[in-house]
Design a protein around this ligand. Sequence first.
Ligand code: ASP
Length: 333
Amino acid sequence: MLFARPHLLGLEGLTAEEIDFLLDSAESFKEVSEREIKKVPALRGRTVVNLFYEASTRTRTSFEIAAKRLSADTINLSASASSAAKGETLTDTARNLAAMRPDAIVVRHPSSGAPDLLARHVDCPIINAGDGAHEHPTQALLDLLTIRERKGRIAGLTVAIVGDVLHSRVARSNLFGLLTMGAKVRFVGPPTLVPPGFSELGAEIVWDLHEGLKDVDVVMMLRIQRERMNGRYFSSLDEYSRLYCLSADAVARARKDVIILHPGPMNRGVEISSTVADGPYSVIMDQVTNGVAVRMAVLYVLVGRRKAGAEQGEGAVPIALAEASPRRAATGE
Ligand code: ASP
């Protein structure tokens, strides 16, 4: 099975086979993080640049740990420290970075489409670590992995994605991934944050929290993205939390074996109560653990195969799973 794309810009348009391939690869990398010495030589001598134009702790750290566990060298560039602050365009920054021959650029940017623009100007793999309200593919992959692990499948499940869907790249990437994998998606939130038109994307729309959680297998909570709001979407945070905060009461509407996800950072008491966040249905810490494995898999699949291709004199020709088994990389074979 192949993942033949040169970049990971989003989950929209990926096939179920491609997503399965990435999830299977991530699963085989999980074992590396359980070892005493958490390192394999898979990307030794490769350089991964983390280019972050937006604040991030979890995602940037997760990519950095993933790259280091594959023995790649990592460089972190944040917007405040970069030439963006001095007026350089993203394309110029990219060209300059590319001239230093990195093997992959992981990019987070407040503008939707920025990773796509980069991909057109550099010749190394670009990995989207979140662009505006567009996509956050590695987040959705780690969510899919967590769901698949806990439920044993994705197809046939009903997943409620709750809260600020309008501004959420996490919701969009998950919608594409979940629908492709055969799940049903329900968007739940106030009409200002879950506009009726979103049903055209293939999700069911429910504006009442208790009704929206009825019989769902998975609840995915979203943070209110105040940094992306340029108007009023609800009268007060207090009112929002009275209507949409995930309490133990609301969870009781879901299936008995429901699991609860949150991409972080959580606003306790706003969209999720502490009782639920720390309760028995929460798989939030599994998501963080799986994030490292998913990012190892994505880096390995995109960068490792370039290495193999280059050594065979084939440029960036994709290689088959049989030749680039993550399990082989994970065991150092
Ligand atoms: N960490 C996620 C993101 O970067 C979710 C969030 O910020 O609320 O999109």
